[in-house]
Design a binder for this molecule. Structure first.
Ligand code: PEP
Length: 245
């Protein structure tokens, strides 16, 4: 039985005052079957991790593949763990686009993150042009093989399916589109890691998830939660999404 996961990606948003949103989330009754995760900007991780340890998990949005060294501006997986993070998002489409991250980069970062004891939330997703060309499953299959390291388990790996055309656009994939891709990802994981591990990895959907559409998305097979951008910034909205899980 997979636990649900509601993950908030604050992206490059959030000042110290916004930690009040995590405090407000923590003040709400804790859901029994759902893990809650906030990935704030790196500047807030250490403070965020002290707000509700054990109740609201904290994650990074990215890490370097090396543990330390001459990499100005980068943050390593052991640094994230040291600051109190237990998760890290890797391969988000904004990183793949803005920082030219390849599947091989994501895989190397994931290896480093696992060694540091972090759970990786690895993102995959197609562009609109790829979907229109009926290439969605090929793209997702390639990203899974290239980005996910060999030692994935139900504990250290979460996959987020995020169609790029649905991120921050207000457009969500239809339940049929989400179901097709999530079933495909599940089958691929089972084939690669065996049924036990393949069935234990949690699959999140991301792309304009809001309180108003969360119920419909969470009813889709193999959707174990959501990776939420804009609607995770305010506790009221994110709390409503969590309640729908
Ligand atoms: C995201 O950034 O991963 C995301 C899904 O953003 P939004 O919910 O704003 O579309």
């Amino acid at each position: 039985m997979r636990r649900k996961l509601a993950a908030g990606n604050w992206k490059m948003n959030g000042l110290c005052a916004d930690l009040a949103e995590i405090e407000a989330l923590a003040a709400a009754p804790a859901p029994t079957q759902t893990d809650r995760l906030i990935c704030p900007p790196a500047t807030l991780i250490a403070r965020a991790a002290r707000i509700a340890p054990g109740a609201i998990a904290i994650g990074g949005q990215e890490c370097h593949a090396m543990n330390a060294g001459a990499h100005t501006g980068d943050i390593s997986a052991p640094m994230l763990a040291d600051a109190g993070a237990s998760y890290v998002i890797l391969g988000h489409s904004e990183r793949r686009q803005d920082h030219m991250e390849s599947d091989a980069d994501v895989r190397a970062k994931a290896r480093a993150a696992h060694e540091a004891g972090l759970t990786t939330l690895i993102c995959v997703g197609e562009t609109l042009a790829e979907r229109d060309a009926a290439n969605t499953l090929d793209i997702i299959g390639g990203q899974l093989s290239g980005s996910v390291p060999d030692h994935g388990t139900g504990e250290n790996l979460v996959i987020a399916y995020e169609p790029i055309w649905a991120i921050g656009t207000g457009r969500t994939a239809t339940p049929e589109q989400i179901g097709e891709v999530h079933d495909f990802i599940r089958a691929r994981l089972e084939r690669r890691f065996g049924a036990g591990v393949g069935r234990s990895v949690r699959l999140l959907y991301g792309g304009s998830v809001k309180p108003a559409n969360a119920d419909t998305i969470f009813a889709v097979s193999n959707v174990d939660g959501a990776l939420v951008g804009g609607a995770s910034l305010r506790a009221a909205d994110f709390g409503a999404i969590i309640a729908a899980l």
